[in-house]
Design a protein around this ligand. Structure first.
Ligand SMILES: *[C@@H]1O[C@H](CO)[C@@H](O)[C@H](O)[C@H]1NC(C)=O
Ligand SMILES: *[C@@H]1O[C@H](CO)[C@@H](O)[C@H](O)[C@H]1NC(C)=O
Ligand SMILES: *[C@@H]1O[C@H](CO)[C@@H](O)[C@H](O)[C@H]1NC(C)=O
Ligand SMILES: *[C@@H]1O[C@H](CO)[C@@H](O)[C@H](O)[C@H]1NC(C)=O
Ligand SMILES: *[C@@H]1O[C@H](CO)[C@@H](O)[C@H](O)[C@H]1NC(C)=O
Ligand SMILES: *[C@@H]1O[C@H](CO)[C@@H](O)[C@H](O)[C@H]1NC(C)=O
Ligand SMILES: *[C@@H]1O[C@H](CO)[C@@H](O)[C@H](O)[C@H]1NC(C)=O
Ligand SMILES: *[C@@H]1O[C@H](CO)[C@@H](O)[C@H](O)[C@H]1NC(C)=O
Ligand SMILES: *[C@@H]1O[C@H](CO)[C@@H](O)[C@H](O)[C@H]1NC(C)=O
Ligand SMILES: *[C@@H]1O[C@H](CO)[C@@H](O)[C@H](O)[C@H]1NC(C)=O
Ligand SMILES: *[C@@H]1O[C@H](CO)[C@@H](O)[C@H](O)[C@H]1NC(C)=O
Length: 687
């Protein structure tokens, strides 16, 4: 009954389509395909732009391609709707597209589980459903005998039961299941022998899956990072002789690295950071002729770093930070002529920067932070010869040495100089003024003193300045408020996306700076002069820095008023002026700083009302505490008039009976203080 009807409809449709096709030369499309597409359209909550059901042929729809051979004429062979902002689910009926070769619905907002028969396309070669919100498990039976490219990455799938994934001889070359929630994978890939690219990273995978990956002789790229794989790394990894890229970082591998890199003759990139690896660097690893990038950061590897530069002719990046490597900074590295990135931070190297490092003419990034090295003069004099050096990190070394004031130092390409937490003495050196390309300067947590010269405002590209926690004094140079890159355009450092260990001073709760793995681009435009001995006013021209995001001036001795014009810093997100000697009112124009999320003016001598409205509705009371004459509806009512500030505590105790507790506390505190002062010999010398 249904059949003849459907047949009739089919014939009619075909005739209709044929007729229009004659005019448009656009092929009609097969009835099954039309039905399947209508089903898809119905299960979506959003419209698919360019699908016009009045049109005679679905072959002209956006994202649809019909076959061009006589066999596939009028059959849909490609359905490509990637990045079309589609919302909704996928329906069962899609399988009606019997001749489909390419299905691409990636980069949409599709959700729900996948219909089981989606995995029964006999002719499907490319399946790309990546970057959606699909959930659930993948079915046990996956029959995609023609599939070569299979991408379900960046969804929320939980289980893969596809034991028979490559049951029949399979042609699959590309498998991407990355960034899902596959915890339990019963997936077995041992028979998927044509696989070239495998991405399983960013799941919760563990167990034996690894074992059968070692049988995939043709593998070129294997990404296993961010899983729970554990145990020692098998020697059988050396069987994967076609590997070009191997990433096993952020797992729980233990033991030493197998000495198999001599067999991985095509390997160019090896990442094993953030595991619990121990032992020495394998001889074959540091003699590899193919490797250009090695990342072993955050393990417990030890021994000397004996990279053989005569053998490693292609090496570009060596990231060895946060291990237990010992003995001096390896001078032999200076023969690696193509070395661009060298990160040895947080190892116990000791000694000085070897003189030979001046030969590293390709070097762009160097971190030797927290490596127990000494003699900052030698370090800077040597490294200034590295003409391409862009980012230099030397913090947490050179304990209590003097900042070299040698005027001959010159760094021609330097964009970031990061030397915090060295207790360096001396003043801001003049040679810095000739680092014209500087964008980021961090000299925080040292013991530098003197005033800041006005050339600090002449750096054309500077956008991040941290001189906090030193002993700088005098007024803040006015020229600072004219920093070109903060007044006009903000050009941020975009050197590399690699995770370098850069020092970032936090200083919260007196903990001092920490070593952090940070991307360069995550540094916000900042001026941090906090915890120094600056005096004088906050210049009204600070308002010119309209690209500044963070301004920290707390814990100084700045006086005068908060200028109204600082509301010109329209991009400001953080402003800390606490623990100064500022007076007057908080300018009400600050309510227009719509990005301001952290604000602190506590412990000053401010008076008047706290502005209301804007972001000020979100700041807690502690942002304003310690200003006796500030008032607001939350903190203290502005009227009736407050009792004027007291002259001496004694007077108040007599005057106000209500403050009994305060009086007792104050008196007790006073006597205790006096007692301890005497006891400790601070007032009268002991004995
Ligand atoms: C048919 O399509 C294939 C790819 O889909 C293309 O390589 C081929 O050139 C096309 N043939 C004709 C006659 O258009
Ligand atoms: C699928 O479509 C997206 C968006 O158009 C595109 O970026 C991606 O490369 C396509 N996938 C394949 C396998 O061609
Ligand atoms: C792989 O193929 C072999 C031989 O055809 C078969 O015995 C084995 O069960 C297959 N393994 C899987 C996991 O499909
Ligand atoms: C894999 O490596 C092991 C030893 O590391 C070796 O015994 C075995 O034959 C290799 N298998 C293949 C297929 O090459
Ligand atoms: C270092 O590795 C451990 C695991 O070995 C991990 O827990 C930790 O988060 C890693 N630290 C960094 C800074 O990557
Ligand atoms: C370093 O590599 C060169 C070239 O491959 C080789 O001749 C030399 O023996 C190696 N040196 C060491 C110490 O392994
Ligand atoms: C640093 O090295 C130079 C040259 O070897 C030497 O003259 C100087 O005294 C050293 N400085 C310190 C602080 O050790
Ligand atoms: C410096 O390195 C040592 C180990 O060498 C480590 O214990 C310490 O936490 C590191 N300090 C910082 C601030 O990273
Ligand atoms: C703060 O600066 C004023 C002068 O503006 C000075 O009188 C006062 O002693 C300074 N206070 C401290 C704690 O340095
Ligand atoms: C605050 O400034 C006034 C005058 O400007 C000064 O007398 C006073 O000592 C300063 N207070 C502190 C704590 O420095
Ligand atoms: C403001 O600074 C004071 C003093 O450093 C601190 O106690 C308070 O928690 C800070 N408040 C906010 C909101 O940051």
């Amino acid at each position: 009954m249904g059949i003849p009807k459907a047949f009739l409809a089919y014939v009619l449709l075909v005739i209709m389509f044929r007729q229009t096709v004659q005019g448009s030369r656009q092929p009609a499309c097969h009835f099954n395909d039309l039905m399947a597409l209508q089903g898809l359209s119905r299960s979506l909550e959003s419209n698919i732009g360019g699908w016009n059901w009045d049109s005679s042929s679905c072959c002209s729809f956006t994202g649809i391609t019909c076959g061009n051979s006589s066999v596939l004429n009028e059959r849909v062979v490609r359905l490509e709707l990637g990045n079309k902002r589609l919302i909704g689910t996928i329906c069962d009926g899609l399988v009606g597209l019997g001749q489909l070769r390419i299905l691409n619905l990636s980069h949409n907002f599709l959700h729900g589980t996948l219909p089981t028969n989606l995995f029964r396309f006999r002719n499907l070669e490319v399946l790309d459903l990546s970057n959606n919100c699909f959930v659930g498990s993948l079915p046990a039976v996956i029959q995609l005998p023609s599939v070569k490219y299979f991408d379900l990455s960046k969804n929320s799938f939980t289980r893969f039961l596809g034991v028979e994934f490559c049951k029949s001889p399979s042609r699959i070359r590309y498998l991407n299941l990355a960034d899902n929630l596959f915890g339990e994978a019963l997936l077995s890939l041992e028979n998927c022998t044509s696989l070239r690219y495998v991405f399983l990273n960013g799941n919760g995978l563990s167990g034996t899956l690894l074992e059968n990956l070692f049988l995939l002789q043709h593998l070129r790229v294997l990404h296993l990072q961010q899983n729970w794989f554990s145990g020692p790394l098998s020697y059988r990894i050396g069987n994967l002789s076609n590997l070009v890229e191997l990433d096993i970082s952020s797992n729980d591998f233990v033991g030493s690295l197998p000495d198999v890199f001599g067999r991985l003759r095509k390997l160019e990139s090896f990442s094993a950071g953030s595991n619990r690896l121990t032992g020495l660097l394998p001889v074959s690893l540091v003699n590899s002729a193919s490797l250009s990038r090695i990342d072993l950061h955050n393990n417990s590897l030890s021994g000397p770093i004996r990279v053989n530069c005569s053998a490693m002719t292609r090496v570009v990046s060596l990231l060895f930070s946060a291990n237990n490597f010992q003995w001096p900074v390896p001078a032999s590295l200076s023969s690696c002529r193509s070395l661009r990135n060298l990160d040895l931070a947080r190892n116990n190297l000791g000694g000085v920067v070897p003189f030979e490092f001046k030969n590293l003419q390709s070097l762009q990034f160097l971190s030797l932070g927290n490596t127990s090295i000494s003699n900052i003069s030698t370090a800077l004099e040597t490294l200034q010869h590295c003409r391409k050096l862009t980012i230099l990190v030397l913090g947490l070394n050179f304990y209590q040495e003097e900042m070299p004031s040698n005027v001959n130092l010159q760094f021609t390409s330097l964009k970031a100089l990061i030397i915090p937490a060295c207790h360096l003495t001396g003043s801001l050196p003049v040679w810095l003024s000739r680092c014209k390309t500087l964008q980021l300067l961090d000299l925080s947590w040292n013991s530098l003193e003197g005033s800041i010269p006005s050339w600090i405002g002449k750096f054309e590209y500077l956008f991040y300045l941290d001189l906090s926690n030193n002993f700088f004094s005098g007024t803040i140079p006015k020229s600072l408020t004219g920093l070109d890159n903060l007044v006009h355009t903000t050009v941020l450092l975009k050197e590399s996306s690699e995770h370098f260990s850069l020092m970032k001073s936090t200083g919260q709760g007196g903990t001092g700076p920490r070593l952090r793995y940070k991307d360069m681009w995550s540094f916000q435009p900042t001026v941090d002069l906090s915890s120094n001995k600056f005096t004088g006013p906050i210049w009204p021209s600070f308002g010119n820095l309209n690209n500044l995001h963070v301004l920290r001036l707390e814990e100084n001795n700045l006086s005068g008023t908060i200028p109204d014009s600082i509301s010109g810093m329209t991009n400001l997100e953080g402003l800390d002026l606490s623990h100064n000697n500022l007076s007057g009112e908080i300018p009400s124009s600050l309510v227009y700083l719509s990005f301001l999320s952290a604000f602190n003016v506590s412990f000053n001598r401010l008076s008047g009302g706290i502005p209301s409205g804007g972001q000020f509705l979100t700041f807690p009371e502690s942002s304003f505490e310690g200003n006796d004459a500030l008032c607001s509806t939350i903190l203290r009512p502005c009227r009736p008039q407050r009792i004027p500030p007291l002259v001496s505590p004694g007077k108040k105790m007599k005057m106000k009976i209500v403050d009994w507790n305060f009086g007792i506390g104050g008196a007790l505190g006073f006597f205790l203080t006096v007692f301890f002062c005497f006891k400790s010999g601070w007032v009268l010398p002991r004995g």
